[in-house]
Design a protein around this ligand. Sequence first.
Ligand SMILES: NC(=O)C1=CN([C@@H]2O[C@H](COP(=O)(O)OP(=O)(O)OC[C@H]3O[C@@H](n4cnc5c(N)ncnc54)[C@H](OP(=O)(O)O)[C@@H]3O)[C@@H](O)[C@H]2O)C=CC1
Ligand SMILES: O=C1CO[C@H](CO)[C@@H](O)[C@@H]1O
Length: 331
Amino acid sequence: MRKIRWGVLSTAKIGRELVIPAIMNAANAELVAIASRDEARAKALADSLGVAKAYGSYEAMLADPEIDAIYNPLPNHLHVDLTLAAARAGKHVLCEKPIGMDLKDAERLRESPKNVFVMEAFMIRFHPQWQRVRDIVASGDLGEVRAVQTFFSYFNDDPSNVRNMADIGGGGILDIGCYAITSARMAFGSDPKRVVSLIDRDPAFGTDRLASALIDFGDGKRCDFTVSTQLVPFQRVHIMGTRKRLTVLIPFNQPTTDAILQLSQGARGDTDLETIVIDGCDQYQREVEAFSEAIATGTPLPYGIEDALVNMATLDAIFESERTNGWVSLG
Ligand SMILES: NC(=O)C1=CN([C@@H]2O[C@H](COP(=O)(O)OP(=O)(O)OC[C@H]3O[C@@H](n4cnc5c(N)ncnc54)[C@H](OP(=O)(O)O)[C@@H]3O)[C@@H](O)[C@H]2O)C=CC1
Ligand SMILES: O=C1CO[C@H](CO)[C@@H](O)[C@@H]1O
């Protein structure tokens, strides 16, 4: 089977450090072009990687007929515009999370041609540790799963970082709150029904720097999460069943080393934990391989535009709750 030919939009850090290597290492993908707002920057990165084509504008790369798939790691305010432009140019698009600035912005993606795949780039979905979580939940070993508790934080007060620019989609809720929503949806296998939030904003940036939300999944199930751009780096997900607890130690930025889950042993609670070791892998490479495979076979993954809109609607509801100081219903 021929390799899927990828073009990368921008010289973004996530591309340079994680997703470009993933494309280059993927068995069924190859990197053929890099585009930047600045041609010299595109050329410098392309040359350093031995990539033949460097474009000085995003639009020029989208017009390249040799390219099958585009990776879009632009700042959040450009996700929809460039994803839609790429899709209209006949390219499949792996677009970084969150897929847009808000639901209204993201709904424009419904105008994408139906013969191209657009996927929100949640690499965690392709890490086998999350497949194991889903299997354990489905096995019934935890009892009935009723609560998911998530913490995700890092410290970044650099004013030049996209995360600290409110007008282009900065703030912790869009940057990492989206992982809490996606992982809870995976654990419950259902979608949020209503949301209430508590948000503290950075006085200079205007971005949310400490945010908590309670998400009602219906049927007595809920996720509560706290995310922060200005707290000690930490991440954890606890999945609480009526019989057992399952904890994902590094749920999101899992490196390529072995991943660890902890499973409590029924009535003995935390005094006797089973450690489940999942072989290390590169979750970005698995994401690229899965998307390339979908393109090659014409079989879409279950993470298309409508799935991304559920995440976006939930993010919107979190902000709406801040404005209205109460519960916000979804759907
Ligand atoms: N899945 C994951 O693990 C991760 C996902 N991300 C997501 O990737 C996206 C980019 O994040 P990150 O790599 O940290 O961002 P960077 O700031 O490193 O990169 C963004 C790139 O976009 C281009 N760009 C175009 N317009 C602007 C603008 N107005 N301001 C700044 N840059 C602009 C620049 O490239 P150029 O000048 O070359 O055109 C820039 O390098 C975000 O959506 C983020 O949520 C980020 C990190 C990890
Ligand atoms: O998606 C991402 C992965 O996690 C990082 C935090 O550790 C985020 O900042 C980034 O945008």
